[in-house]
Design a protein around this ligand. Sequence first.
Ligand SMILES: Nc1ncnc2c1ncn2[C@@H]1O[C@H](COP(=O)(O)OP(=O)(O)OP(=O)(O)O)[C@@H](O)[C@H]1O
Length: 210
Amino acid sequence: MKIELSNYSKVIKRRTVLDHVNCIFYSGNIYGLYGRNGSGKTMLLRAISGLIYGTHGKVVIDGKVLHKDISFPKSMGVIIENTNLLPNYDAYTNLKILSNIKKIASDNDINDALSSVGLDPSNKKKVRTYSLGMRQRLSIAQALFEDPNLLLLDEPTNALDESSVEIVRNLLLKKKEQGTLIIIASHNKEDLNILADQIIKVVDGKVILS
Ligand SMILES: Nc1ncnc2c1ncn2[C@@H]1O[C@H](COP(=O)(O)OP(=O)(O)OP(=O)(O)O)[C@@H](O)[C@H]1O
């Protein structure tokens, strides 16, 4: 998989939040987006995910122009703010409902996905009563669940304790080895140093490649 942003800009209410971004992402790599609050990291993830329309420029995914040839990247797992969880169901039911929509997962798949992030599949607690860290682990299970080719993760480990961070780092490195393209926005320099093949600095909507 190859994702290319060419001269991509996004202007919201006369403010340029992404400014002539040019970058290329390839499968089998982890890219770390690093930058201050409000610099545009989440916006860049949204642009790649197809959640927003660019004001100028384009996103091309495997030769197909986003919002022209395709609406979304074909196989994608996303964590952009914790809006993807169903708070009134337990963790198992969250993944079960997702799998019923997509009709792909067995009970074993669900149990494995929850166990892989250290959640107990038999825990019947409703997700609304979960701690932030448990929610974050469930979001990660959900993003990884269908084995997507592309993972877009906004601050995936900011609420996790040390042992959970370790679990998630290992999971992501394993996915990378399997050829997944992973883009992570993070304030955690240690995470990015350990995980990222390339760190991309985002400053005032501009991308600085290093
Ligand atoms: N819906 C919106 N309407 C107007 N401006 C927005 C909107 N969402 C984000 N912005 C602005 O776009 C800019 C980039 O925001 P973005 O969320 O991408 O930053 P970020 O680098 O992810 O920050 P953080 O580290 O705090 O998560 C910010 O100035 C923000 O105020």
